[in-house]
Design a protein around this ligand. Structure first.
Ligand SMILES: [Cu+2]
Length: 130
């Protein structure tokens, strides 16, 4: 970057605005990127995404393709996990900090896989692969 130093006050403001915009885009992240491919999504959760809010998973009955990449967004102010609870430990995000996003890969074997939050075991859902 070249130019006179006298422009620095003017450069600071746009830079901050750009940084803010980038931060907003980054925080919208996976949701925005995914939903761009389906224009009439309405208010439903983006495809292959599970949102945790209010100590509940949604969609709690997601259906995906074998080996799909699934995004888990924790919107709660507390840590959660999304952990396969069936006989086969098919997946486990580990701890997802408050406000953080994690991803995991769906099993390649078709079936229905129940899961829980290991920290709050009353939280449960199921992932169907087909
Ligand atoms: Cu939890």
């Amino acid at each position: 970057v070249f130019g006179t130093t006298s422009t620095s006050p003017r450069r600071t403001l746009p830079w901050r605005a750009t940084a803010l915009a980038v931060a907003l885009v980054a925080s919208a992240g996976g949701l925005a990127a995914c939903s761009s491919s389906q224009h009439s999504a309405g208010s439903s959760v983006a495809p292959n995404t599970i949102v945790i809010s209010n100590f509940a998973f949604r969609s709690s009955d997601l259906v995906v393709s074998p080996g799909a990449r699934i995004t888990v967004h924790n919107q709660d102010p507390t840590t959660h996990t999304l952990t396969s609870s069936g006989s086969a430990k098919a997946f486990d995000t580990g701890d997802i900090a408050a406000g953080a996003t994690a991803t995991f890969t769906a099993p390649s074997q078709p079936g229905t896989y129940p899961y829980i939050c290991q920290i709050h075991q009353f939280m449960h859902g199921s992932l169907t692969v087909r």
